[in-house]
Design a protein around this ligand. Structure first.
Ligand code: ATP
Length: 481
């Protein structure tokens, strides 16, 4: 399975999707850059999410808040005091681990061995200790369970320490403490602090509850476990939506968004058997319901998106700290209240990784000489494919390139299309397969006579003869969700 991930990581680099950050300096852990095809794919994912949220919901509007926020924001949200991971160091390997990850791995071992009860008991014990912030107890649990460092193989552990995940920096020229600001660890707080600004101005008039605010933007976390490619990054992008509802009506909206978000993930091509809901048994103190939509990555089922019923926790705390009223007057029931919130939160990068893993396909076929031949291609839904169509003239003479450019110009304003006149057609097809282009169009001598082209389909490799005039319709239908 890890081998599968390695193939995908290599493919992503070789075909211009994802590069390690500052690679010429040997990279920077848990930071990545998106290449020419990667940025197209990611933009497509973000735009589809944006449209599904704002354009397809009359009562959801957008926002683009700054990364820097007043430092008190993070006191109010609880991040200064409790956005911590408990860590432990192995004295021999000097490796540092998240305590929960070490214990979860042990529980997984029990599960693999068929002892579900023991696995569950261990997780329950861990959660109880985490809730009580009993760090000595957690250390003792690690020792009692004989959990060893995967690198050194020893159980020579330090004490457990809390580690805050927020990055901080200084604003202005004065280096005094009051100027410490944080790089936001989530985009949600930009929405909460703007709640009234948006409510009053939403669609040109004021927004009536229930309504939502959607935002896409960078978030930063000083993650310790920086493995698994772009699954867990230190700089990443979130797509979050906060939906404000009347208290008492939150559960129906929780169910609504749970279904909507699942349908969205299915629509962009993630298959049913690789998605599942994971309801949280242990809830954060401010939540009254929470679940993850998990995707089966090459390293197992892991959180892709979180859906949380956050009550009035955030707005209430911001009221307290800012001393500004963050209430809504509900005309229908003639009452003023702090709304409850349903949140949907998905990482654009984690979503990218899910669709990339899902698209990566190796087919073993038989070639013309009867030999086994492996074909690799990215089976993206055409709506998210970086490039929708590639146009090739069969030869570089007799007016074919000019004709091919005409076809290219017919398509490029509506679809991300490329033109290529170098190289053999077969090689060009293979290259487009590698980046997941759903359509290849070849212009040959017959085109010059009857204005038809060869349209080659990525998934089946089948080729058909179609009139040039039909291309916009065929591609247009394929790329719509
Ligand atoms: P995890 O348990 O994996 O650390 P989380 O529960 O802290 O995640 P949330 O705070 O709920 O995550 O963030 C919402 C979403 O943001 C996640 O579902 C995930 O898609 C994305 N996300 C969170 N942390 C990262 C990260 N370090 N790198 C990439 N994406 C992330």
């Amino acid at each position: 399975e890890e081998a599968n991930l390695q193939k995908i990581v290599s493919h992503a680099k070789e075909y211009g999707f994802v590069f390690p950050s500052s690679e010429i300096y040997d990279g920077l852990q848990a930071v990545y850059d998106y290449g020419p095809n990667g940025v197209e794919l990611k933009n497509n994912l973000k735009l589809l999410w944006w449209k599904a949220m704002t354009q397809l919901h009359e009562n959801v509007v957008g926002l683009d808040a700054a990364i820097f926020m007043h430092p008190t924001t993070w006191k109010a949200s609880g991040h200064v005091d409790s956005f911590n991971d408990p860590l432990i160091d192995n004295k021999d390997s000097k490796k540092r681990y998240r305590v929960d990850h070490l214990i979860e791995a042990k529980a997984e071992e029990y599960r693999q061995a068929g002892d579900d009860a023991r696995a569950q008991a261990l997780l329950d014990k861990m959660n109880e200790l985490l809730n009580r912030e009993d760090f000595e107890g957690l250390r003792q649990l690690i020792i009692d369970e004989n959990i060893v460092c995967p690198v050194s193989g020893t159980a020579n552990w330090t004490e457990v320490r809390q580690f805050n995940l927020m990055f901080s920096t200084k604003a202005g020229a004065v280096a005094d403490d009051s100027m410490t600001i944080y790089l936001r660890p989530e985009t949600a707080q930009g929405i909460f602090v703007n709640f009234l600004n948006v409510q009053k101005t939403g669609r040109g008039t004021s927004m009536k509850i229930p309504f939502g605010i959607a935002q896409i933007g960078k978030a930063f976390r000083n993650e310790i476990v920086a493995r698994q490619f772009i699954f867990r990054m230190r700089e990443f992008e979130q797509m979050e939506m906060q939906f404000f509802v009347r208290p008492g009506e939150e559960m129906q909206w929780y169910e609504y968004w749970k279904q909507k978000r699942y349908d969205f993930l299915r629509a962009v091509g993630l298959p049913e058997n690789k998605l599942r809901f994971h309801e949280h048994e242990k809830l954060a103190h401010y939540a009254n319901a929470a679940l993850d939509i998990e995707y089966e990555f090459p390293f197992g089922f892991k959180e892709l998106e979180g859906i949380h019923s956050r009550t009035d926790f955030d707005l209430r705390n911001h009221e307290q700290y800012s001393k500004k009223k963050l209430r809504y007057f509900d005309d229908e029931i003639k009452e003023s209240y702090i709304p409850y919130v349903i949140e949907t939160s998905i990482g654009a990068d984690r979503f990218f990784l899910a669709v990339l893993c899902n698209a990566y396909t190796e087919d073993v076929g038989i070639d013309a000489k009867g030999n086994e031949k492996k074909r690799v291609y990215l089976k993206f839904h055409p709506a998210i494919a970086p490039i929708k169509a590639a146009v090739f003239p069969l030869v570089r003479k007799d007016g074919l390139p000019e004709k091919a450019r005409e076809v290219f110009n017919l398509l490029r304003y509506d679809f991300n299309t490329i033109y290529e006149e170098r190289g053999a057609i077969g090689k060009n097809y293979t290259r487009q397969d590698m980046i997941g282009t759903p359509f290849c169009i070849t212009i040959d001598y017959q085109t010059m006579e009857d204005n038809t082209v060869t349209l080659r389909h990525r998934d089946t490799t089948e080729q058909e003869r179609v009139p040039i005039a039909e291309l916009p319709r065929i591609i247009g239908e394929a790329v719509s969700l």
